[in-house]
Every structure is written in structure tokens, then in C-alpha cells.
Ligand binder design. Structure first.
Ligand code: SF4
Length: 626
């Protein structure tokens, strides 16, 4: 849905932004200097450098597509255009500079602000600096203490280059996996874009690109579209107020409560590489998080230095009645990362079951610091969680508790394995993808894990305890959480996975667009699809069965079906005969149960085959694409 604006926006005509970029596109782009990623944006989207011919073709194919589909190629073209600008080195931030910005920006500052557009940014720049933000600006040459990204309407690409390198270097996200990259950046990047004043059509398109890659935005009242993660306000006071409320920033305000990590913690450290000098822990050591009848608190041994402690045990108990056993395993994994936010420490559990804390040269692992980090990190990740109690044990005390910790973890594993759609009281929903897939509602159950490949407990934990990302939702959904619980109740059809309560929820959350959904069905009322699906399942009429195609597959399925055809038909809607699925759902015992399950599969692309090959009841009936 487009808001009032220029004609092309209302009529879906050729985009003037894309047309202008096409005119400016050089025949050959160049690598930027001082970076491992010579063309970071192209590499982030496509996994490799993109040549001008490919860009032109893609842009021409998308000339009348909605902006959320055009924005990626627009960004890649903007990078190519800037790469040939004679003054590009003035605005490009080298890897070394980016490392400084990332650490300074996310550790010592409230976050990064990018002031976009050609207006005079001096007033908001000053106000954001006063609030301790690192400020980048288009047209920022004359501004004090601001990183100028240049005067051109393609300047936003320099900010995106920083974002995607943050994701690829610190987030460990693979080049080309732009969906995962966007989810990582939504969550972990402490940056906000402010569209300040009137934007040109090129700038509008690039702004959508920044939003789609995870940056929340403050936009003016005439922002032409009703999608993206944004707040619509004007005037410096309101802009500053709105931008500083986004919860991806390092200092968060949740329901009037300020949540801040201690100064010695930095989320960027969790991916930082260092040479390990000493390692503490081993097979006798353990790290556990479980529900408990506790209040906030810390209990630590007298000896504050873990260096020679031999065995270490960390027990975190959560005195929040909403925490169940199965969700505690997921939160335990996230909690472990809290230790790695401390500079020079990295915690891990090896495959052999050892709990280890690695230390960089000269870093003393202090018990009190670790306990404080854990106690703040957990509510930093799950803002509504209550009562976090951390106990650290060393030596014989740790050894004594180890057995009961292990027994608890084994028992919990069994409980999780036995969960199914029939045994749980609640399913969960997620509408995080609605900013770009407007009627999409993910319903997440033990037997239908999220199509984007996320752990289902990530959604469940966020539904129970909130999460530190995604401030935007549609106005019709004010007051509705981005993820939540749905009481299962009576089924309309267990086989197809249709439930009264799920239908009611999806109608409210879509809102009003989707009235029924069959969680394990395909031909009628299938699950809606966003754009993050790992695979698409689709009905092949001529074979009277199911096809499964992996993301970006370049071959053809029977009937000449291609990935683009399927993805365009499914994206952002409910399309009978096509639905998004994840690898985990392909392996679910309820995969498309209503349509005959794996028995009804007739064609698969190679990666889909890899995912299910040991599970197919009749592999001889399944054709595998090339
Ligand atoms: S695909 Fe579904 S579960 Fe994954 S982020 Fe989008 S809405 Fe949430």
C-alpha cells in the first residue's frame, strides 16, 4: 500500500530513482581501498562482485516492482557509482576505521546516527552529539565532529558498507545471506537513520534499502510508503526523541526502565577474535540456567581470580514464573554469550560437553565481573525477564553441583524432544517480517518451526520476555506485541493443522486480510510466506504431488517453474499451492501432513534433497533437480 505521493508511487510506474541510477551507472565498478571487501554491498547481497551488465538487467526487470524489491539492486548500483567517484576515499570508511567506529560507536557511545538527505543537518547533528551519538551525515562537510559521507544522493551507500561489514566481520554472517544479515543487524546494530527533510527519489529508494537491511528510521511526514521500520515525525526535538527510543541502541528504555550493560561489556566483543593465552574449565565445569524460586542476586566465592581455580560452575536461576523448562535451554545458550561481552574473554561449550572460558593475553578472569555481566546481559537480551540470580562456584564446590546440573540438562533435552503440536498448551506467533511482508504472520509450533530457519525457542523466548529489536509495527497493531502466545484450544482439523484460536489470531494480526490457515496444508489456506523462507514447498499439478525448491535455485522444476516465479507469487501473502518452509520443517514429522507429507513429495532441488534424503519413504518416486 502506498501513501499519497508522486504519481509513479501510486500507479506502480517506472521508478524515477532506479531510472536515474541506471543513467549514472558506470560500465565498470572499482574496488574500494583499505578493505577486505572491495565492494562490500555487492558482496553482502550477492556473495560476490556484481558486474554492470547484471545490474542493468536486474534493474530493468524490476523497473515497475515495488521499492522494497528494487532497493537492493539500487544499493548495489549506488556502490558502483560511488566506486568511480574521484573523491570516494574521502567518504569511504576503511576496515580499520570501521573497526574503530564499531567499537567506539557501540561501546562508548549511545549508537550511530546517519542523517540522510541534502538539508542542513547542523541542528540535529549537534543534538545527537550532545546525546553521545556518533553522527554520520550526507552533506556533512561543514559540520563539527560529524563523519561526512559526501554530498551526493548516493551517500547512503557508505553507511550501508559499514553496516554490512559489521554483519560479515563481527556477526559472522556469510556474504550473500542478506536475509540473515538483516536479522542480525536489526538486533545487534546500534544504528538509526534519520531522513531529514525532503529526499530525492534515489534517496527514498536507498532509505528503503537501509531499512530493509535492518536500520530503523525516523522519516518525515511525506515519506511515501507505509512499510519499513520507521517512526514518522518532524521537528528536531521530536526527531531526537523518537530516534533515541529505538531499542536496538546500546542504552535501552523499556517501559520506563533504563537497561544498560556495564561499561566493561560490549556486545561487539562476542565475535571479536583474539589469541588465547589461557583456558579455564573443562569437562568438570558447567554452565546452567534454570527456573528457580529466587530474587535478583549474586553469590560468588571469596577468591575473585578464576585463573587457577581448576573447576568452575555457573548456575543462573530465573525467578520468573513464565519461564518453563524447554525455553530455559534457549535462554541458557544466549546467557553464555554474556561472558564473551567482556573484553578478552570468550566462553563456549565444546562438543565434548566441556565448559570453557578462554582468556586473551594479560586478561584476568574475575568472578565478580563475570557475575555482573551475566546479571545485566540477560535482561539486556530479554527486557521483560524478572529476577536473575547468578551463583559462581569453583573447585570442589563446583564439582559437587555438576552431577545435578547434568541431570537437569538431560531431563530437559528429553522434554524438548517430546514436545509436539499435540502436547503444548501454546503456539507462538511472530510478525517481525511485516515491515516488508505486510500480511505475513508466522505461526510457530513444535512441528512447524519458523520458515526463516530461526530456532523456534527464539520466538517463544521473545514472546515471553520481549526482545531487544524491532520497534516498528503497523498502526492497526498498536498495542500488539511483535511475538506472542496463542492458546492452542480445539483443532478444526488436526491433520491439516487448523485451529480456531490460530485462525482468530491470524485474522487479528494480518490484520483482517487472512482468515484461515492450515499449518500443515498447501493447496488451501496455506501458511503465509514472507521473504525469508529457506525453501518453498509448492504443489505440482502434473505430478499430483509436492515440489520443494531451495532459495535462489537457478534451475527449473517441472512445468518450467523457477525460483523467481515461486518467490514472487508467495512473497508477503497467502498463495494457495505455495508456502515458505525451513530446513527444520522439512524434517518435521508433520511436514505437509494434510497433503500426504514426505510421501507426497515428487520433485526436490539438490539442497532440499540433502535436507530430507534419509527421511523419504519412497526415494525412487522423487526426482532431484540439477
Ligand atoms: S520468518 Fe517468521 S519467525 Fe522468522 S522473523 Fe519473519 S515473521 Fe518472524
Amino acid at each position: 500500500m502506498h501513501r499519497a505521493g508522486n504519481d509513479y508511487r501510486q500507479q506502480g510506474g517506472p521508478s524515477p530513482g532506479l531510472e536515474k541510477l541506471l543513467k549514472m551507472l558506470p560500465d565498470k565498478s572499482k574496488d574500494f581501498n583499505g578493505t577486505e571487501f572491495g565492494q562490500a554491498v555487492g558482496i553482502a547481497y550477492f556473495g560476490k562482485r556484481v558486474d554492470a551488465g547484471v545490474m542493468r538487467n536486474r534493474a530493468q526487470q524490476l523497473s515497475t516492482a515495488p521499492p522494497e524489491q528494487q532497493c537492493e539492486i539500487a544499493m548495489v548500483m549506488a556502490e558502483a557509482i560511488e566506486s568511480t567517484a574521484p573523491d570516494r576515499d574521502k567518504y569511504f570508511q576503511t576496515d580499520e576505521k570501521t573497526r574503530d567506529l564499531v567499537f567506539n560507536g557501540s561501546k562508548w557511545r549511545s549508537g550511530w546516527i546517519f542523517l540522510m538527505g541534502n538539508s542542513d543537518h547542523s541542528e540535529p547533528a549537534q543534538r545527537f552529539r550532545q546525546r553521545n551519538f556518533l553522527v554520520f551525515a550526507q552533506n556533512g562537510a561543514k559540520l563539527k565532529d560529524v563523519i561526512d559521507l559526501g554530498p551526493r544522493e548516493t551517500a547512503a551507500v557508505y553507511f550501508l558498507q559499514i553496516m554490512v561489514r559489521y554483519a560479515m566481520i563481527w556477526g559472522g554472517i556469510s556474504p550473500g545471506d542478506d536475509h540473515e544479515m538483516a536479522h542480525f543487524l536489526e538486533k545487534d546494530m546500534s544504528g538509526v537513520v534519520v531522513a531529514h527533510g525532503k529526499l530525492t527519489p534515489v534517496e527514498e529508494l536507498l532509505l528503503v534499502g537501509l531499512m530493509k537491511m535492518g536500520a530503523p528510521a525516523v522519516v518525515p511526514n511525506d515519506y511515501p510508503w507505509d512499510f519499513g521500520r520507521y517512526v514518522r515525525v518532524e521537528g528536531t526535538d521530536r526527531i531526537v526523541e523518537a530516534a533515541t527510543k529505538f531499542p536496538n541502541l546500546r542504552v535501552k528504555e523499556i517501559q520506563g526502565k533504563i537497561i544498560e550493560l556495564p561499561g566493561f561489556c560490549n556486545p561487539a566483543n562476542t565475535k571479536a577474535e583474539f589469541n588465547v593465552e589461557t583456558t579455564i574449565g573443562g569437562v568438570d565445569s558447567f554452565f546452567i540456567l534454570r527456573p528457580g524460586n529466587v530474587e535478583d542476586g549474586i553469590v560468588i566465592p571469596e577468591n575473585n581470580d578464576l585463573t587457577d581455580c581448576g573447576t568452575v560452575g555457573i548456575v543462573i536461576e530465573i525467578g520468573d514464573k513464565r519461564l518453563d523448562l524447554s525455553t530455559s535451554e534457549y535462554i541458557e545458550g544466549i546467557a553464555l554469550r554474556g561472558i564473551s561481552t567482556i573484553t578478552g574473554l570468550r566462553a563456549e561449550r565444546s562438543k565434548e560437553g566441556e565448559f570453557l572460558i578462554h582468556c586473551a593475553k594479560g586478561v584476568k578472569p574475575e568472578v565478580s565481573i563475570i557475575a555482573q555481566a551475566l546479571q545485566k546481559w540477560i535482561p539486556y537480551q530479554f527486557p521483560y525477564i524478572e529476577k536473575v540470580f547468578v551463583k559462581i562456584l569453583i573447585g570442589e564446590d563446583a564439582k559437587k553441583e555438576r552431577l545435578s546440573a547434568q541431570e537437569f540438562q538431560t531431563e530437559r533435552k528429553k522434554i524438548i524432544e517430546n514436545e509436539s503440536d499435540d502436547t503444548v498448551k501454546y503456539f507462538h506467533y511472530c510478525i517481525e517480517c511485516q515491515p516488508f511482508s505486510k500480511v505475513h504472520v508466522c505461526i510457530i509450533t513444535p512441528n512447524r518451526p519458523p520458515m526463516c530457519g530461526r530456532d523456534r525457542f527464539q520466538v517463544k523466548a521473545a514472546a515471553l520476555f520481549g526482545a531487544s529489536w524491532h520497534p516498528w509495527k503497523r498502526r492497526e497493531l498498536e498495542g500488539v506485541e511483535m511475538r506472542g502466545a496463542i492458546e492452542v484450544g480445539d483443532a478444526i482439523d488436526v491433520n491439516y493443522g487448523e485451529y480456531h484460536t490460530v485462525d482468530e489470531a491470524i485474522e487479528k494480526l494480518s490484520p483482517g486480510h487472512i482468515k484461515r490457515v492450515k499449518l500443515h496444508g498447501l493447496r488451501e489456506y496455506p501458511h503465509t510466506s514472507c521473504g525469508c523462507f529457506q525453501f518453498l514447498a509448492f504443489w505440482i499439478k502434473s505430478l499430483d504431488g509436492i515440489g520443494i525448491m531451495e532459495r535462489d535455485y537457478r534451475g527449473e522444476a517441472p512445468e518450467g517453474i523457477t525460483w523467481d516465479m515461486l518467490a514472487n507469487a508467495a512473497g508477503g501473502k497467502q498463495t494457495p499451492g505455495i508456502t515458505g518452509v525451513s530446513r527444520n520443517y522439512l524434517r518435521s514429522k508433520r511436514f505437509m501432513q494434510g497433503e500426504g507429507g514426505l510421501e507426497a513429495v515428487r520433485w526436490v532441488s539438490p539442497r532440499a534433497f540433502e535436507a530430507i534424503k534419509g527421511l523419504l519413504p519412497h526415494p525412487d518416486k522423487v526426482r532431484v533437480g540439477e
